[in-house]
Ligand binder design. Structure first.
Ligand code: COA
Length: 249
């Protein structure tokens, strides 16, 4: 956790060094707990989610765990992975996935559940589950809206992986940079978020979640309520004043 003058920026790191940060049961529990703990932090402004080390964001679900599953334990394992990813998705401030190296299966779903993704050129992403004889489930359902049905079908039905340039081209990542620049480029996004209105950013994220889950008419009605509500706070006046002063000056 980093304390900045404008509020807190949390860094969540997936770490399972012997297995390229594979999502093991203990890593999943730890991620869930960290994400849940951030929900009530009113000074939190942004979250960076990344993998430990230079080789991987995460190489997907832990294959040693997958190999031992039966019908009952399969349900439990995949539910716990969904709950951890969902806890990340419910963090009320922007969550940036900072990706390098391998990003497969559940890790690609976790990245898709973040608000935006930046990668360096070492990124290799894919959904290889069908090659392990299992379908891609849970937050794989976010991929079609992120990259379109055609590309999502190609990824899920072939299990082929894509490199960083393709990940950028299809819109899985929004920004690509050289390996040495990843932290600095991510920091530019964090800087923009910190410069904006904290209540406005949280409202914007809530509104966008509404766009995903609600019929258009409900999403619009909710956003009108949000627009009115933020005017009950000093934030709009505070952020508009310097703009007006610049205009006058
Ligand atoms: N689960 C468990 N262990 C994993 C893993 C995973 N998803 N991905 C990698 N590892 C382990 C490897 O078994 C290896 O362990 P070892 O050193 O004890 O043999 C270690 O991490 C390093 O991996 P390695 O395969 O040697 O690295 P690589 O650079 O040659 O290949 C991958 C990397 C990611 C291409 C390859 O490990 C791979 O295909 N992993 C499985 C990816 C996958 O199918 N994930 C989706 C699961 S749904």
């Amino acid at each position: 956790m980093e304390e900045r003058s404008q509020g807190r920026v949390a860094r969540l790191e997936l770490s399972n060094p012997k297995k390229l940060n594979a999502l093991s049961p203990s890593l999943i529990v730890a991620l869930h707990a960290r994400a849940k703990a951030l929900v009530d932090d009113s000074d939190l402004r942004a979250v960076i989610l990344t993998g430990a080390g230079a080789r991987a964001f995460a190489a997907g679900a832990d294959i040693d765990t997958l190999a031992k599953l039966d019908e009952e334990t399969a349900r439990g394992f995949i539910t716990s992975l969904h709950q951890a990813i969902d806890a990340v998705r419910r963090i009320p401030v922007p969550v940036i996935a900072m990706l390098r190296g391998y990003c497969f299966g559940g890790a690609m779903e976790l990245a898709a559940a973040c608000d935006m993704r930046i990668a360096d050129t070492t990124l290799q992403a894919g959904m290889p589950e069908v090659r392990l004889g299992i379908p891609s489930v849970i937050e794989a359902c976010l991929l079609p809206r992120l990259v379109g049905w055609g590309k999502a079908s190609e990824l899920l039905l072939t299990g082929d992986s894509i490199g960083a340039e393709d990940a950028l081209r299809i819109g899985f990542v929004q920004k690509l940079c050289a390996p040495g620049d990843l932290d600095a480029e991510t920091e530019k996004w964090v800087g923009s978020i910190l410069a904006a209105g904290p209540r406005a950013i949280r409202a914007q994220k809530r509104i966008m979640r509404g766009w995903e889950d609600m019929p258009e008419a409900d999403a619009i009605a909710t956003s009108i309520a949000e627009f009115a509500a933020i005017h009950a706070t000093p934030e709009p006046a505070e952020f508009i004043r310097p703009v007006l002063e610049r205009k006058k000056g």
